[in-house]
Design a protein around this ligand. Structure first.
Ligand SMILES: [Zn+2]
Length: 252
């Protein structure tokens, strides 16, 4: 998922300074390399648990987040792309069709780019648009063997339940054809109405409903096998409420 140069650069940056910036909005501390590796490792650990029958699903409650991280550089608070690492690990273990749903308010550019030409991983993103990081237009649908395995649903600022319902309907229709064997979620909660970075109008109960819908999809196609990753979420009250609702659904 990442170049050796990128991994080395992060290790050296974190090893040589107590703090600094990897790009305009990606700070690091001396512990960030270790924390980011643990976060990617959490995904691999959960994959082993779910594949081995030790757990039906799992939630990686991690920081830093991952979906903006590109092959060769950190970006948007993200150092390593944990969900991409986990999807590649699942492929190496014989899983042939993986669904990634990214409902963070920002487009998951790093994840999309990594799987853009890969038809075995269907990447879907619901996001505010136009907005950071700028990618995620409807026309971005994949390329080569991955053409048609990327679904972008850009939504205008201020979108709430009804706009997201339409996005879900599109996504669920696509999954009826794709029939994933494993479901991964980039679960950011920065589309919450109380979030200071996002401009959307979702409430905690909407994220609860998202969780019910993705769990049902995993049950239908993937024997319930689902791993979700914490991405963004910057109002700690809204984030805590939403994560709690998400985990309660997954563990029900
Ligand atoms: Zn975000």
């Amino acid at each position: 998922v990442h170049t050796q140069d990128h991994i080395q650069f992060l290790e050296e940056s974190c090893g040589s300074k107590n703090s600094g910036y990897l790009d305009g909005d990606t700070p690091f501390s001396s512990s960030s390399f270790h924390a980011a590796r643990l976060a990617s490792g959490a995904g691999i650990f959960l994959a082993d648990q779910v594949l081995g029958g030790g757990a039906k699903n799992g939630f990686a409650l991690v920081r830093p987040p991952g979906h903006h991280a590109e092959e060769d550089h950190a970006m948007g608070f993200c150092l390593f792309n944990h969900i991409a690492v986990t999807a590649e690990y699942l492929k190496s273990q014989g899983i042939q069709k993986i669904c990634i749903l990214d409902w963070d308010v920002h487009h998951g550019n790093g994840t999309q780019n990594h799987f853009y030409a890969d038809g075995s991983v269907y990447f879907t993103s619901f996001h505010q648009f136009p907005f950071y990081p700028g990618s995620g237009a409807t026309e971005e649908k994949g390329e080569g063997p991955g053409l048609g395995a990327t679904l972008n649903v850009p939504l205008p600022r201020g979108s709430g339940k009804s706009e997201y319902d339409r996005a879900w309907n599109l996504f669920e229709k696509e999954m009826d054809f794709f029939q994933p064997e494993f479901v991964l979620v980039s679960a950011g909660f920065d589309a919450h109405s109380r979030d200071p970075l996002g401009g959307m109008n979702l409430e905690t109960r909407d994220f609860e409903n998202f969780s019910i819908r993705i769990q049902a999809l995993a049950e239908t196609f993937a024997k319930g096998r689902l791993i979700s990753f914490l991405e963004g979420g910057y109002d700690f009250g809204a984030l805590g409420d939403s994560v709690r609702a998400h985990v309660e659904v997954l563990s029900s």
